[in-house]
Design a protein around this ligand. Structure first.
Ligand SMILES: N[C@@H](CCC(=O)N[C@@H](CS)C(=O)NCC(=O)O)C(=O)O
Length: 234
């Protein structure tokens, strides 16, 4: 078990990317100090630790920074390999598939979801919502393929335990719910994405997740404040 002083996580509570690092550390039962970044202005520690992107999360392990959420998740899996279940699948093909979909989440799904809030006009908003729905339908198919093995149907992308893709995608669930509420739509439901609806419930109530996953009403409040600030600066 790492000493708390050896592991620090520079982050902020509403960030889905920071949540990934927190879940990975929880899976491995790594004790860490959480340093809340408030960006007003960006802290010296953040700028020094992540001079390229100046973004959170940054994991600081034995005074060395590791940046980018998915790289942090893999690092945690590598360093604490014998503490708790593996995060990445053992099989090389399964690892490649998990990495493919995690990249898809970051490159396609999340950007589409994020851009709904900034849509210019109803037509664009509807187009983006449709894009997210189609994106989720692809993930529903992937979920069914990945979790059906022989006669077994697993709860998670990672099998019996949450793994890399569960963390990559599951960390966005809070913001997905905020998007649904803010736009009066259901992106996820028992008809369109039954597998993902059940998965989301199991993921959100998992021991490594439930205490660190931000509450939807807090994210909604945060989003409203952010939108108000942006409206004043434009
Ligand atoms: N690809 C990065 C994205 C991290 C990211 O966008 N972090 C946001 C907070 S959610 C941030 O630090 N934003 C500050 C900025 O853009 O200046 C990762 O996966 O870690």
């Amino acid at each position: 078990m790492a000493k708390k002083s050896e592991v620090k996580l520079l982050g902020a509570w509403p960030s889905p990317f920071v949540l990934r690092a927190r879940i990975a550390l929880n899976i491995k039962s790594v004790d860490y100090e959480f340093l809340e970044e408030n960006f007003q202005p960006k802290s010296q520690l953040l700028v020094q630790s992540n001079p390229v992107y100046k973004k959170i999360p940054v994991l600081i392990h034995q005074d060395k920074p590791i940046c980018e959420s998915l790289i942090i998740v893999q690092y945690v899996d590598d360093v604490w390999s014998s503490d708790g279940p593996s995060i990445l699948p053992a099989d090389p093909y399964d690892r490649a598939v998990a990495r493919f979909w995690a990249t898809y989440v970051d490159d396609k799904l999340f950007p589409a979801m994020k851009s709904i809030a900034g849509a210019k006009g109803e037509e664009e908003r509807k187009r983006l919502i449709k894009e997210v729905e189609e994106g989720l339908a692809l993930l529903e198919d992937a979920f069914n393929k990945i979790t059906t093995k022989g006669n077994n149907n697993y709860l998670f992308f990672g099998g019996d335990q949450i793994g890399y893709l569960d963390i990559a995608f599951g960390s966005l669930l809070g913001w997905l719910r905020v998007t649904e509420i803010s736009n009066g739509v259901k992106l996820f439901d028992q008809v369109k994405t039954p597998g993902l609806v059940n998965w989301a419930e199991s993921f959100s109530s998992h021991g490594a997740v439930k205490d660190v996953m931000p509450q939807t009403h807090n994210l909604l409040e945060f989003a409203k404040t952010l939108m108000t600030k942006m409206a004043h600066t434009n």
